[in-house]
Design a protein around this ligand. Structure first.
Ligand SMILES: [Zn+2]
Length: 426
């Protein structure tokens, strides 16, 4: 399978200038193409293709901007192609319309040399020979000696190179167990076998320094050198926070994918979570999107399977011991107590155990104390009862069926719920 590999570059001052120039050209081409597509759409014309855009760029823009000739010609070409892909995503209603890029924000550019069959970007383990830039020092050796293309990007004051690489799937142990994982705020993850991964809470830990540095930025005069310096040190702390977070998630997802045959996680609606302002900071701080993205490719790498449990599955409300009872669980209550069988368990562990049992034909009991007012428990924390569906990693999301609310649907098993029996309960 193809995996991308990203590592730091150690450019000298001349190379730094070239990097900045290259990202400037990429940004200019991107913004020009974005404006061109926008004006075409405003005039009710068909949006030009990536090839047409590039032809127009060469004819209209390049003669007036001689600094385009100082960098590799692949850079503006790829920027225009990327912009067109972004518009395609917008036309298909996958994402919003692309926005203009701002100087100094997410600087990056693309380089290529040779062909896929005969790659010509070479590295000798310590340095890499980039077209029109020269030999740049590498922070660590790349796993291959020659590549066809790469992307160079900046985070805070560091530059990174990212390359794609075909890897052999590693051998894995047979008879690996399956595991249910409850992703949380207090702990990063709690597994159904009792393993607990603490949340590094990087942002919260650094919040004092953030406040201090943000104040420093706002007190400096706009456009001054001191402000640039302050912005730079703030960006460094941001990068550090994101690295702490990434590190914790990488370790967790590798452990899960490598040692388990099936990983079951909740298909959480993170957008709904982020609308809850009290939780937004805490959730953004534990990187749930990143967790799922990493699990998706790592389960492929380690030949295991990722199963997404329906987001409406009330994992934190069911008793994992008797399985027949469901109780109201306010978010602040950290211990699950079953009033019927007397079972007492940590809230997250109880949820993880329920997630692990998903697909084993368990019933979802109706919560007796709150049948009518399911709207009250919005924000997805206690999972409002709207639909039940089952999504596997490979995308096919089976039919959704509105469940519970109506007492006729009491004790509806998941297998029944995935059958196409639509009902019109509100
Ligand atoms: Zn019980």
């Amino acid at each position: 399978m193809l995996l991308s590999f990203k590592t730091e570059l150690k450019p000298n001052n001349k190379q730094l200038t070239l990097f900045r120039k290259a990202s400037g050209v990429a940004r200019h081409a991107y913004n020009w193409a974005c404006a061109t597509v926008q004006s075409c759409l405003e005039n009710k014309e068909k949006a030009p293709s990536a090839i047409d855009l590039h032809k127009r760029l060469i004819a209209e823009v390049k003669p007036n901007c001689e600094w385009y000739y100082e960098v590799s010609k692949a850079i503006p070409q790829k920027a225009v192609a990327d912009l067109r892909t972004a518009w395609d995503r917008c036309f298909k209603k996958i994402s919003k319309a692309p926005r203009f890029k701002k100087k100094g924000r997410s600087d990056s550019f693309y380089l290529e040399y040779g062909t896929v069959a005969n790659p010509k970007i070479r590295n000798d383990g310590k340095r890499i020979n980039l077209p029109s830039i020269g030999w740049v020092r590498l922070a660590e050796p790349l796993p291959m000696t020659a590549i066809h293309n790469c992307t160079i990007s900046r985070q805070a004051d560091k530059w990174f190179i990212s390359v794609k690489q075909e890897i052999q799937l590693p051998e894995v142990a047979i008879n690996r167990p399956s595991v249910g994982v409850d992703i949380g705020i207090k702990e990063l993850a709690v597994c159904s076998n009792g393993e607990v991964f603490p949340n590094p809470k990087a942002y919260r830990r650094m919040s004092k320094r953030f406040k201090h540095l943000q104040r420093a930025v706002s007190r400096k005069e706009k456009g001054s050198k001191n402000r640039t310096k302050a912005v730079r040190s703030l960006a460094k702390v941001h990068a550090r926070v994101s690295n702490i977070r990434k590190d914790a998630i990488h370790k967790l997802t590798t452990h899960l994918a490598k040692n388990h045959s099936e990983i079951k996680i909740e298909d959480l609606s993170i957008k709904a979570f982020l609308k809850n302002h009290k939780l937004a900071g805490a959730i953004a701080d534990c990187g749930m999107y990143e967790f799922r993205r990493q699990l998706e490719y790592k389960t492929q790498k380690f030949s295991s399977q990722l199963i997404l449990v329906d987001r409406m599955f009330p994992s934190s409300q069911i008793c994992s011991n008797c399985g027949n009872h469901r109780h109201k669980m306010p978010l602040k209550e950290r211990i699950y107590k079953c009033l019927d069988c007397g079972y007492v368990e940590d809230r997250d562990l109880n949820a993880a155990k329920n997630i692990q049992r998903w697909f084993e034909g368990i019933n979802i009991p109706i919560r007796l104390d709150q049948m009518a007012s399911s709207a009250k428990i919005a924000c997805g924390v206690d999972k409002p009862s709207v639909s039940h569906s089952r999504t596997t990693m490979y995308g096919e999301r089976s039919r959704t069926v509105k469940q519970e609310v109506n007492s006729e649907f009491k004790q509806l098993s998941i297998f029944e719920a995935t059958e196409p029996c639509r009902s019109d309960v509100a």
